[in-house]
Design a protein around this ligand. Structure first.
Ligand SMILES: Cc1cc2nc3c(=O)[nH]c(=O)nc-3n(C[C@H](O)[C@H](O)[C@H](O)COP(=O)(O)O)c2cc1C
Length: 208
């Protein structure tokens, strides 16, 4: 069974919550899923996975969330050949209608440009926004969530998206040669010192 690593950054915890729900959903399909807050772990554990899910909210009018922003220069240098990846993002389509979900566009395009195989594109039906860097051929490059305006829809969207990945695209998930996450963080990586008070700590994998 394929093993999946979910890597998220989150400033006000909503992406952390979404990541935890996605983990639970994917585990219900029998996958082994590990969840990482990149603000705590950096990018080190990414190389342990052939299947990755990346979560990033958009901040500061079209920007990456602060942890992803700090790590982006290193992320850009990674090669993703033989890696299958899916993306999810959070944003506020009413408040930031010209930049809704831009962060997904930034991270997903870099992933594709660096050799990765993208799955989990998502239709735009049910959203109201003007522009997004996450759009490609009238679809989002990943799951679009908006807890600011469409809180009620979010859980159903996560369920449908994980179903799409697990049932319709399972052949794209690659069998992993690796044992369950055991990793050492490279010292050169920037790891923000902040230690947020996370209610989700029990489900996160922490560096040893
Ligand atoms: C100052 C500020 C700037 C934001 N900029 C954007 C933006 O450009 N595009 C967008 O879609 N959402 C934007 N948002 C909305 C956040 O992405 C949204 O609230 C998200 O749920 C935050 O996720 P987090 O709790 O994981 O940090 C912004 C929110 C704030 C407070």
């Amino acid at each position: 069974m394929a093993q999946i690593g979910i890597f998220f950054g989150s400033t006000t915890e909503m992406t952390a919550i979404a990541g935890d729900v996605i983990k639970t959903e994917m585990e219900s399909y029998g996958y082994l899923v590990d969840l990482f807050d990149v603000g705590l772990t950096g990018l080190g554990p990414l190389s342990n996975y052939k299947n990755i899910i990346i979560g990033c909210p958009t901040w500061n009018v079209g920007g990456l969330q602060e942890d992803w922003d700090l790590l982006y220069a290193d992320y850009e240098k990674l090669r993703f050949d033989n890696v299958t990846g899916a993306f999810f993002g959070l944003g506020d389509q009413m408040g930031y209608g010209y930049n809704y979900l831009d962060a997904v566009g930034i991270l997903a395009r870099t992933f594709i440009d660096n050799g990765g195989s993208l799955i989990g594109e998502w239709p735009t039906d049910g959203y109201e926004f003007d522009e997004s860097r996450a759009l490609e051929d009238d679809k989002f490059l990943g799951l679009a969530l908006d807890y600011d305006n469409q809180d009620m829809e979010s859980e159903m969207r996560i369920q449908k998206w994980t179903q799409q990945i697990c049932e319709l695209e399972p052949e794209l998930l690659l069998e992993s040669e690796h044992v369950r996450a055991k990793f050492i963080i490279k010292k050169s990586e920037p790891i923000p010192k902040k230690m947020r008070n996370k209610s989700l700590k029990s489900s996160l994998i922490h560096p040893r």
